[in-house]
Design a protein. Structure first.
Length: 164
């Protein structure tokens, strides 16, 4: 089997979390890579497994990193983030992706690359995922399926609601 352009297929690790609508764009990229003859392993929350396998990818769940086992758990985090209680939102983010969790995400990325020697990593922009990717010394592309975050004249700084 060859990848695109007659080259040998590449092996990609797609490390994503099931939060904020980033999964569909990431799996669209994975589907395209699979269709071009490449291998893609998705490292993600168990809630993504069925979609990842439907895209033609293999799947590994987060083991050490915090993760969602159900839509109910995910909904509870989103509700905490959207509540008008800043401390509750801060605590939810800290407990899911804060400094203490970074090493757990990093270890999962590193251990997955040991069992699936990827040529490159496609990563959500969570710090722990990026630290793990860097530790593997594999080329890494950060997937930011978000609103344009670069400061832009005439637009408020993302998330601030300040007038431009």
């Amino acid at each position: 089997m060859t990848g695109s352009g007659g080259r040998p297929p590449a092996r990609f690790l797609l490390a994503v979390t099931d939060a904020g609508g980033t999964v569909s764009p990431a799996l669209s990229l994975a589907t395209e890579l699979v269709q071009r003859g490449h291998q893609v392993r998705v490292l993600a929350d168990p809630t993504i497994e069925t979609s990842a396998r439907s895209a033609g990818c293999t799947f590994s769940p987060w083991h050490e990193a915090p993760h969602f086992n159900s839509r109910g758990e995910q909904t509870a985090l989103v509700a905490a983030l959207e509540a008008d209680k800043p401390y509750r939102a801060f605590r939810a983010v800290r407990d899911y992706a804060g400094k203490a969790m970074s090493s757990r995400f990093a270890r999962d990325v590193i251990s997955t690359v040991r069992t699936f020697p990827a040529n490159a990593i496609l990563a959500d922009p969570l710090l722990g995922i990026l630290i793990g990717a860097q530790a593997t010394r594999r080329p890494t592309a950060v997937l930011v399926a978000q609103t344009y975050v670069r400061p832009t004249p005439g637009l408020p700084l993302l998330g601030t609601e300040w007038s431009p």
